[in-house]
Design a protein around this ligand. Structure first.
Ligand code: ZN
Length: 349
């Protein structure tokens, strides 16, 4: 610092310096520092104004004031740089302190907890009811051999039913994503000897245009019973008991309509009385009946293809759309929500 001249200008320079140092000492962060830097040594700052005033002074005054002003600028610039380094150092120390006190056991409030998908809820419920009725739950591959998905189920090549089930075909010959869970029944029958009480749940794939009620991937459930003298009466009793258990409705009734599926004879479609109303609602479209699935007595060709003698044994098969059941039970209006992975949707279950 140059020796202080007692002229008025020198006093102003000294005041500027004192003021800058006092305020610099109170700076807490980089933003404040930059604002103060602009105020003092910025283009329109205090120093710039003093430089402008210099022009109005006499030559003699300039000779004294010029170097003093330069000295002041140098001192201030150095002080600001030193403060910047100090702030940076503080920041690093704070970070280091936080890292060393990181507690891995600390409870993090408000964290998202996962829950079961509605499909998992229904599968668990369906399987529990069937197990309580003496059924064995079996599983099978989603990529299936053509002969099991079709031939063994009495759907030979060129059979029109293959057109009904718009199949995805893989580039590997004779393999396809299964079009129904009936393929698992074939595997179950081939690997066991009757009497058999089998049930399976799982995904199936069909080449469908997607909308709110159709999807190319959906879930089915199939129930199969093979023993001596199995009749439609066994089918109705089983289906009714099962649906009553699932919808917790003792008064739930069944209605049947004749239908055609290549793997059963006779084949029929089943409706249940609407479990949500007694006088008609939007779910049953005011009809009080809801379509539930297809069923029938297992075709002798299918029993034979699975190594079971149709002269000695008979059986029933009952299949229904599990996806549809999930939508009914939870009031879901768009099938696509089920594999949308939307957290808002999934959080509800
Ligand atoms: Zn209804």
């Amino acid at each position: 610092m140059s020796p202080i001249n007692h002229s008025l200008q020198q006093t102003r320079l000294q005041e500027t310096l004192t003021n800058a140092f006092e305020r610099l000492a109170r700076i807490k962060n980089q933003t404040e520092l930059e604002a103060l830097r602009a105020e003092f040594i910025g283009r329109q700052g205090v120093l710039a104004r003093l430089m402008d005033e210099l022009k109005t002074l006499s030559l003699e005054e300039k000779r004294v004031q010029g170097p003093a002003l330069n000295e002041l600028k140098k001192t201030l610039t150095e002080a600001f740089t030193a403060k910047e380094v100090e702030l940076l150092q503080q920041l690093l120390e704070q970070k280091a302190a936080r890292a060393s006190s990181f507690d891995v056991t600390a409870y993090r409030p408000g964290s998202l907890q996962g829950s079961l998908h509605p499909a998992s809820h229904i599968i668990e419920e369906v399987e529990n009811i069937l197990i309580s009725m003496g059924y064995e739950i079996i599983d099978g591959p989603e990529i299936e051999r053509e002969e099991i998905n079709f031939e063994a189920l009495n759907i030979p090549k060129n059979h029109p039913a293959r057109d009904l089930q718009d199949t995805f075909w893989l580039t590997i010959p004779h393999l396809l994503p299964r079009t129904h869970t009936s393929s698992v029944q074939i595997r179950g029958m081939q690997q066991r000897q009757p009497p058999l009480a089998l049930a399976t749940t799982g995904r199936c794939y069909r080449q469908e245009a997607t909308d709110a009620s159709h999807d190319f991937v959906f879930m089915q459930c199939e129930i199969l019973l093979v023993d001596k003298k199995i009749s439609l009466a066994n089918l109705f009793a089983t289906a009714k008991l099962f649906l009553q258990g699932l919808f917790k409705q003792e008064k739930l009734e069944l209605r049947i309509r004749p239908s055609y599926f290549p793997f059963v004879e006779p084949g029929l479609e089943m409706d249940m009385s609407c479990p949500f109303c007694s006088t008609g609602c939007s779910v049953c479209k005011k009809s009080r009946w809801i379509e539930i699935g297809g069923a029938g007595l297992i075709h002798p060709h299918v029993l034979k293809a699975s190594g079971i003698n149709p002269e000695e044994y008979s059986g029933f098969a009952f299949g229904f759309g599990l996806t549809r059941l999930i939508m009914l039970k939870y009031g879901i209006d768009d099938i696509r929500h089920l594999h949308s992975s939307k957290v808002d949707f999934l959080k509800q279950f």
